[in-house]
Design a protein around this ligand. Structure first.
Ligand code: ADP
Ligand code: MG
Length: 280
């Protein structure tokens, strides 16, 4: 394509709050065949509602929430920001030796106690309690202490965005998530995706992108946060979403959607197609 057409395409994208870092991204967007999405915060709303707080015997709800929110205070994961935002400030305590493991959870010392928050396998041994919702589990000094559930709600624009992507020529639409199969299936069905891949570790998300066959490419991956950066890099086009545009996720992305609106993906594809038509 003539560079001038690509420059005009990039400026049209920016008027739609889509920042494109290079011309070839526009060309790939125009003929993308596979779209992969992270679930939490991308197909679903970027804020989760706290659901049930369920402590084990010997722990109170307040204690469980306070300790969990304290170790989550520095994490940018949407579970963390949602929990911290729903916890009174005075309940959030100083934390030491904080460590986050991407796709697993966080740990730290609060009031001299080692607190771990995340997937059950990250915090404790033994059989995973059955919880039919997006949840985090908590252990205190190695003892399992209970769990907190979240209501992960689909974005109002998700279903139409996916349907329009299919009309725009998308052949496969995959949802990739670290969350449980049952939560994932429910959201995937409501969204209208063609494939649901659940219970993935961060490296398995990357693998899912890399495994897209040549004839199903280009593959576009859209994610929200810092923890999606490696899978954005693995895609032919990585799109970071959200108003926190200048974060680590946007560094590894080819495009950034600067507003909290998933339907901008449709605009990006439409502008890409128009740009290439004009250019040729
Ligand atoms: P998703 O694919 O839904 O965006 P991730 O791969 O980021 O999820 O994380 C998968 C799971 O790991 C989460 O559902 C949660 O149980 C756990 N997890 C990851 N990061 C955190 C964190 N900061 N705090 C608590 N749990 C976490
Ligand atoms: Mg995520």
């Amino acid at each position: 394509a003539a560079p001038v057409a690509l420059i005009s395409g990039m400026s049209s994208m920016s008027r739609h709050h889509i920042i494109i870092k290079s011309g070839p991204t526009i060309e790939k967007l125009s003929r993308a065949k596979t779209f992969a999405f992270d679930k939490t915060g991308t197909l679903t709303q970027n804020k989760l509602e706290v659901g049930d707080i369920v402590p084990e015997a010997g722990f109170s709800k307040e204690e469980l929430q306070s300790l969990a929110a304290s170790v989550e205070q520095q994490s940018s994961h949407i579970i963390a920001t949602s929990l911290v935002g729903n916890t009174p400030k005075e309940a959030i305590k100083t934390v030491e030796d904080l460590k986050e493991t991407t796709g697993q959870g966080v740990e730290g010392t609060v009031d001299g106690k080692l607190v771990k928050v995340g997937k059950y396998s990250f915090v404790a041994d033994g059989e995973v309690p059955t919880v039919n919702a997006t949840a985090i589990f908590v252990s205190i000094n190695g003892q399992y202490a209970g769990y907190i559930t979240f209501k992960d709600m689909i974005r109002p624009e998700t279903k139409d965005t996916i349907a329009r992507l299919r009309r725009q020529g998308a052949e496969e639409i995959m949802m990739l998530t670290g969350d449980h199969q049952n939560v994932a299936d429910q959201i995937g069905k409501a969204a209208g995706v063609t494939q649901v891949r659940a219970e993935l570790l961060p490296k398995e998300k990357i693998q899912a992108i890399r495994n897209v066959p040549e004839q199903q490419r280009p593959v576009v991956m859209t994610g929200d946060g810092v923890n999606d950066a490696p899978s954005l890099t693995a895609a032919d086009v990585g799109i970071a979403m959200g108003a926190k545009g200048a974060t680590a996720a946007s560094e590894s992305a080819d495009a950034v959607i600067m507003v909290n609106d998933l339907s901008k993906i449709n605009d990006a594809v439409a502008i890409g197609k128009h740009t290439m038509k004009v250019a040729n």
